[in-house]
Design a protein around this ligand. Structure first.
Ligand SMILES: Nc1ncnc2c1ncn2[C@@H]1O[C@H](COP(=O)(O)OP(=O)(O)OP(=O)(O)O)[C@@H](O)[C@H]1O
Ligand SMILES: [Mg+2]
Length: 352
């Protein structure tokens, strides 16, 4: 059975509890709507609708526009910077959603979530750019680069009722993540490789130079834009990031990734190597990209104990997927080893 294509961030130890809902327009389950109604805590999207942004934010940014996305923790919308009319992405992050171990002391902003400090301090072509941070008693307001091709377009035909000329207009959303891309487009193997290499190079850089592991690799945390007909990827959402020591030990934090992307050692509650956990998630992501958005495992039991249906792709690609989805974490490749895998090296010269 193919895995469910709905992903929600969960924290270790909460798997037995109902998953927090998310608000993708085409993926809102009945259970989620019922839980939303019954919940005493408003969903991030509901909260955002009634929220007055800090005055300092409103001085610099105006015209709050489209909703860009909504995860378990934050609601992201677009706004316009007044000085140059640049569109930006704004994430509203409630302070009570920030895990106790994720607070850090920052020289510029005081106590803030680690995910903000990472965005602020790390400049990399495959990491989303950071612009500003505001806060009030309850929320952080994180202003970022807006990235991603328009979600969907529609052709508006001229008619008697609508005498406009023929035009192609974006429908509602102004940005696209990989989850959405896989819903509307089948990626070729070359396009898949092009995206995959960007992500692994970035993850390798973050680990080598910042001792940082993303911790929540999944299609919803990768933004895609098409530049010169090539899919350019940027990583977002460092809410599950962990700092590791030289022995790859995680520095005092639980797993805060996503159930469908979590490796067997995590779903079984065993100790885990954060780099190898990300490599498993990369295996799930690669499989999903090849398999039109559907992952290899239906649930946590399958992740821990079952095999998966072989995807339709080249032999080298299948080999890499099976190495990444090795149930033994010690036998999975590292980021560096992935980058020297024949599927990556032999395909690097090709253009997608
Ligand atoms: N800079 C950005 N530009 C465009 N879209 C964005 C941007 N940042 C976030 N989004 C959209 O908003 C969605 C939610 O953002 P994000 O992943 O940061 O929230 P979250 O609540 O931390 O998510 P999760 O459920 O993974 O914990 C993303 O999946 C993406 O579709
Ligand atoms: Mg996310």
């Amino acid at each position: 059975m193919p895995a469910q294509c709905i992903h929600t961030t969960v924290e270790m130890g909460t798997f037995a509890q109902p998953l927090k809902g998310q608000c993708r327009p085409s993926h809102v389950s009945r259970e989620f709507l019922v839980s939303l109604k019954a919940s005493t805590q408003p969903h991030p999207a509901q909260r955002a609708r009634h929220y007055t942004l800090p005055i300092e934010f409103r001085k610099k940014y105006g015209t709050v526009q489209d909703s860009l996305g909504c995860g378990a923790n934050g609601h992201v919308f677009s706004a316009v910077r007044r000085s140059d009319r640049t569109e930006v992405a704004v994430k509203l992050l409630p302070k009570r959603h920030v895990a106790p171990w994720s607070w850090v002391q920052d020289p510029d902003y005081g106590f803030i979530p680690r995910e903000v400090q990472i965005l602020k301090d790390i400049k990399h072509k495959a990491v989303i750019g950071f612009y500003d941070l505001y806060q009030d008693e309850d929320n952080f307001v994180i202003v970022m680069e807006l990235f991603g091709a328009s979600w969907r377009t529609t052709t508006v035909k001229s008619s008697d009722e609508n005498p406009l000329p023929l035009a192609v207009r974006p429908l509602r959303r102004r940005a696209m993540d990989l989850f959405e891309l896989l819903e509307i487009k089948k990626l070729s193997e070359d396009e898949t490789r092009y995206i995959f290499i960007q992500l692994v190079e970035c993850l390798d850089h973050l680990q080598a130079h910042h001792q940082l592991i993303h911790g929540d690799i999944k299609d919803e945390n990768v933004l895609i834009d098409w530049i010169d007909s090539k899919p350019i990827a940027k990583l977002i959402d460092f809410g599950g990031a962990v700092i590791v020591d030289s022995n790859h030990r995680c520095m005092g934090q639980n797993f805060a990734g996503t159930l469908e992307y979590a490796p067997p050692e995590v779903v079984l509650g065993q100790s885990y190597d954060p780099e190898k956990a990300d490599c498993w998630s990369l295996g799930v992501l690669l499989y999903s990209m090849i398999n039109r958005g559907c992952g290899p495992f239906a649930d946590a039991h399958a992740t821990a104990y079952e095999g998966y249906q072989q995807p339709k792709c080249s032999t080298n690609c299948r080999r890499l997927i099976s190495e990444l989805l090795n149930k033994q974490q010690r036998d999975r490749p590292t980021f560096k080893e992935i980058l020297s895998h024949p599927w990556v090296v032999n395909g690097q010269a090709q253009h997608c």
